[in-house]
Design a protein around this ligand. Structure first.
Ligand code: DOR
Ligand code: ZN
Length: 338
């Protein structure tokens, strides 16, 4: 198979940042019709009014159809969330455990404090996107997702059975089991977690452009993710988690977490699906399962992927005074998007 025509994909987890970085990266997601945009700006996007203003800045920067989220804090007003959703300003709310990742200091420490918001969301049918990692310093970084599922997600799921949950950027077999074992639960999977494991990041030298959170796990977890991404399971769909940081912040003594995959995400995924003998299931993963989870129609227009000579990708993109290095899987990519 050398040509593949798909309904236009969406990205169900994207970081676009703000200001000059937003202006640099917004056009890089042009292959995607819609994207769930993460609210972890500094300061975070916490109210409906802030989400509307951020949406306008994103559109002005060249990405037409952002689906906005609110950053859940212990002070979030349930009425504001419900009103923003009813007005079509937001698509979902994002839960970051405090301290879990980049700009997550205002996240949730005491889950009892957000009960009223979660109950209101459950009643109004507003999806909750979850960064599923505990932040306790005594929990090994490779165990933080599995521990979160045991300690936090399982009780939360039980307390709010009708709440639609997206477990973001799943990285472990435990997370896959949880999604498959619970109703009203879907999950995004990133490009880097399908293409790489912790050996790619750490063996023979530390490669900062593979460092993201949740951190890459061992190859057996990667294999499970590749299996559920490529076998047609509708509970799993693409969320690139493309997370641009300036190159100097990645190539640093203390490297920022995030892989910048937006420009070539689809070429990377076609590569993975081809390796798995599943190119016929790529459309489900990138264009169909996500809209179904969010109760939206899939896109009507189409894109075409063509297999050809190795792509010549730039190492980095530059503009507006910013430089961002692309995620490099370490081997050539052959699928071109038109
Ligand atoms: O690697 C990551 N980078 N993981 C996240 O959850 C956040 C993101 C970012 O905003 O940089
Ligand atoms: Zn993210």
């Amino acid at each position: 198979m050398d040509t593949l025509t798909l309904r236009r994909p969406d990205d169900w987890h994207l970081h676009l940042r703000d200001d000059d970085m937003l202006r640099l990266v917004a056009p890089q997601s042009a292959h995607f019709a819609r994207a769930i945009v993460m609210p972890n700006l500094v300061p975070p996007v916490v109210t409906g009014a802030e989400a509307a203003a951020y949406r306008d800045r994103i559109q002005a920067a060249g990405f037409a159809r952002p689906l906005m989220t609110l950053y859940l804090t212990e002070a979030t007003d349930p009425a504001d969330v419900v009103a923003a959703h009813a007005a079509g300003v937001i698509t979902a709310v994002k839960l970051y455990p405090a301290g879990a990742t980049t700009n997550s200091a205002s996240g949730v420490r005491d889950f009892d404090k957000v009960r009223p918001v979660l109950t209101a969301m459950e009643e109004a049918g507003i999806p909750l996107c979850i960064h599923g990692e505990v932040t306790d310093r005594d929990i090994d970084i490779f165990d933080r997702e599995a521990t979160f599922i045991d300690r936090t997600l399982t009780p939360l799921r039980r307390a709010h059975p009708a709440l639609k949950i997206t477990l973001e950027h799943v990285t472990t077999a435990e997370a896959v089991d949880f999604v498959q074992g619970n109703d009203n639960t879907g999950a995004t999977i990133t490009v880097q977690h399908l293409m790489a494991n912790r050996n790619d990041m750490l063996a023979g030298g530390m490669r900062p452009h593979f460092y993201c959170l949740p951190i890459l796990k061992r190859d057996t977890h990667q294999a499970r993710l590749r299996q559920v991404a490529t076998n047609g399971d509708t509970r799993f769909f693409l969320g690139t988690d493309s997370a641009p940081h300036p190159t100097h912040a990645k190539e640093a003594t203390c490297c920022a977490a995030g892989c910048f995959t937006a420009p070539h995400a689809l070429s990377c995924l076609a590569h993975v699906f081809e390796e798995e003998g599943a190119l016929d299931r790529l459309e489900g993963f990138v264009s169909l399962h996500g809209p179904a989870h969010y109760g939206l129609a899939p896109n009507e227009d189409r894109i075409t992927l063509t297999r050809g000579a190795a792509l010549s990708l730039p190492d980095r993109i530059e503009g507006h005074g910013q430089t961002v290095t692309l995620f490099d899987p370490g081997h050539p990519l052959h699928w071109h998007v038109t």
